[in-house]
Ligand binder design. Structure first.
Ligand code: F6R
Length: 265
């Protein structure tokens, strides 16, 4: 796992956006449009803003780029401002100028939720898989809505949100009891299929989860530790999120001495 520690949340956003832009350009140079996996929540907002600026300034062409969201609440109308359909539209599709027909979010309103999950897996496979998956991390170590004890081999499915996650996300709703209980989420196995993983985290509240993800044991108790299994996973964090790491000097040493000709993955 590549660990990139920077000084501020703004720098996290810049570094992450540059890596996403590079993935889009590389795919374009190979004659195809990239398939991105996109996260919701606060963590990636700065990254999306940076990407939107690049698109506006003409430095990044997003034509034909597809996007798949990680997750969605069950039972929230797509028009609800906190549904991930609405959040992805507001923070990703519109600012990055993506074609809405090429952006998919799991359907938390489906009559048959299991069938919707299977369809979602099929849609990702039909698109040729995800080139780069952007991730945040929950304060309990979740990625997407794979809560602690989620199977490390899981695929897209329904889950019950952990109390900690509902508490954390209550800030987006009028009150805690408005936060849905259930969700559809890409599984950890689904996420690990992406060609590149890029996780961003900022702030002290993520420090324990970040340390468990990078330096803890591989364990379903910290679903994000599954990134340890991925050959091309990068984590971009600020100093506050990095404060519980024990090998900070080593990670900085690696970044200061890149192997000549090594890929930037
Ligand atoms: C959302 C998602 C979640 C968030 C995580 C962190 O699509 O996948 O795993 O990334 O809950 O949320 P924030 O960034 O709001 O702290």
């Amino acid at each position: 796992m590549r660990v990139i520690i920077v000084e501020s949340a703004a720098e996290v956003a810049q570094v992450a956006a540059e890596r996403i832009a590079r993935a889009v350009r590389e795919r374009r140079a190979a004659g195809a449009a990239a398939v991105l996996g996109v996260a919701t929540g606060s963590s990636p907002v700065g990254t999306y803003n940076e990407l939107a600026t690049m698109v506006r300034d003409g430095g990044l062409d997003m034509t034909g780029v597809r996007a798949f969201a990680l997750d969605e609440y069950v039972g929230l109308a797509h028009e609800h401002p906190e549904s991930y359909h609405a959040v992805i539209h507001r923070t990703v599709t519109e600012p990055l100028g993506l074609d809405p027909a090429l952006v998919q979010v799991p359907n938390g309103l489906a009559d048959d939720l299991d069938a919707a999950c299977r369809e979602y897996e099929r849609a990702i496979a039909d698109a040729g898989g995800v080139d780069l998956q952007l991730l945040g991390i929950g304060s309990n170590g979740h990625i997407a809505f794979n809560e602690p004890t989620s199977s490390l081999a899981s695929r897209t499915r329904t889950k019950t949100l952990a109390a900690q996650t509902r508490d954390d996300n209550a800030r987006f709703f009028d009150s805690l009891d408005r936060v849905p209980m259930h969700c559809l989420t890409q599984g950890i196995g689904t996420i690990l299929d992406a060609h590149h993983l890029l996780l961003v985290a900022t702030g002290e509240s993520k420090a324990d989860a970040v340390a468990a993800m990078i330096e803890g044991p591989l364990s379903s108790m910290c679903p994000a530790s599954a990134l340890q299994l991925h050959p091309r996973a990068a984590v971009v964090i600020d100093r506050e999120a990095a404060q519980k790491l024990t090998l900070t000097e080593y990670y900085e040493h690696i970044e200061a001495h890149p192997l000549p000709g090594a890929s930037a993955a």
